[in-house]
Design a protein around this ligand. Structure first.
Ligand SMILES: Nc1nc2c(ncn2[C@@H]2O[C@H](COP(=O)(O)OP(=O)(O)OP(=O)(O)O)[C@@H](O)[C@H]2O)c(=O)[nH]1
Ligand SMILES: [Mg+2]
Length: 314
């Protein structure tokens, strides 16, 4: 039996193994992912982003417990924002989520954030696919709200939660800087501490600056306390409403089509580049061409055109 078959048979170790192969960009992972493809497409992938320490992991822990009560199987992918080796966030997450570690219907994986942005986005997307094929109904992806990485993750998720907390004006302000357009549900976590109402008012005001045409999803503002376990069932309801909206409006089809298009085009680009580097370009030629470009003996546009033309003439 190969890894993919083991995964489809419910083998957790095989899941962990394949994720590692994906992270290492191993050619074997491609073979296994292609087998899994036809078994994917059932999971609701939920992105959870927000400033460090606002309670994303705690919240995911509570949401997971709620989904388990509903009989849903849950996968969690945490993108470790800071440390490449041991990692405070990683250890913290493990401790906070450990109540779920013994539950076999929950799978938790922390991923390093080293490597290129595209690399992280790709291994996260592939890991979500593996968990989907493994039978997880709900897959959380936790990222620290730090700009571009989150925008990439937002494209993987069907529903994006933007988490903030009261009292930290900076956090709420930071939301303005780009993620506002992509968030589907804004969560004010730590609603047990003062300043919750102000944060709520502020968010509502900001959302009201945008007009949402009838029939379009208007982002919701929810209040939770992961510590007191309040607002969690309501948040699950809001996430469910968003999924119903996606289905009813047909937006889910558009999202999935766009995702498939981006993935396919990236693979084509990758394969063509690989082919050129392995079969068309001669040893040392790449460096030589770069040298000529720097010396202005040739311009990069013509050099690229010449190279591509050679593929067809050879
Ligand atoms: N008062 C209060 N504290 C909370 C709540 N949720 C989380 N915390 C605390 O906030 C701290 C950070 O929580 P985490 O869940 O690790 O936050 P995070 O956003 O995942 O943090 P990073 O992954 O490091 O970005 C911990 O000390 C939690 O106990 C809450 O609802 N109320
Ligand atoms: Mg965390």
């Amino acid at each position: 039996m190969n890894l993919a078959e083991h995964i489809l048979n419910g083998d957790r170790k095989a899941v962990a193994k394949l994720i590692t192969l994906v992270e290492n960009n191993s050619p074997e992972s491609i073979k296994q992912l292609s087998v899994l493809h036809s078994h994917c497409g059932k999971a609701h992938v939920i992105g959870v982003t927000g400033a460090p320490g606002c309670g994303k992991s705690s919240l995911i822990g509570k949401l997971t417990a709620e989904y388990r009560k509903l009989g849903k199987r849950v996968g969690i992918i945490a993108i470790d924002p800071t440390s490449p080796f041991t990692g405070g966030a990683f250890l913290g997450d493990r401790i906070r989520m450990q109540e779920h570690f013994t539950d076999k219907d929950i799978f938790i994986r922390s991923m390093g954030s080293r490597g290129s942005l595209g690399g992280i986005a790709k291994s996260t997307a592939d890991t979500a696919k593996i968990l989907d094929a493994f039978g997880k109904d709900i897959i959380f992806i936790e990222t620290v709200g730090a700009g571009q990485a989150d925008v990439e993750i937002a494209k993987i998720a069907l529903t994006l939660l933007v988490v903030t907390m009261p009292g930290s004006g900076d956090d709420v302000q930071a939301i303005k800087a780009g993620i506002l357009e992509t968030g589907d549900i804004f969560v004010i976590n730590k609603a047990d501490i003062p300043g919750t109402e102000q944060a709520e008012l502020y968010l509502e005001q900001m959302l009201n600056l945008t007009s949402y045409p009838a029939g379009k999803w208007k982002p919701r503002v929810m209040k939770t306390s992961a510590s007191l376990n309040t607002g969690i069932a309501e948040l699950v309801d809001a996430i469910q409403s968003h999924m119903e909206y996606l289905k009813k409006s047909g937006e889910i089809g558009a999202k999935l089509r766009e995702k498939a298009r981006v993935e396919f085009m990236a693979l084509v680009k990758q394969n063509v580049t690989k082919y050129i580097l392995e079969h068309v370009i001669k040893k040392g030629e790449l460096e030589e061409t770069i040298e000529r470009i720097i010396k202005r003996q040739i311009d990069p546009y013509s050099a690229a055109d010449e190279l591509v033309e050679r593929i067809f003439s050879e």
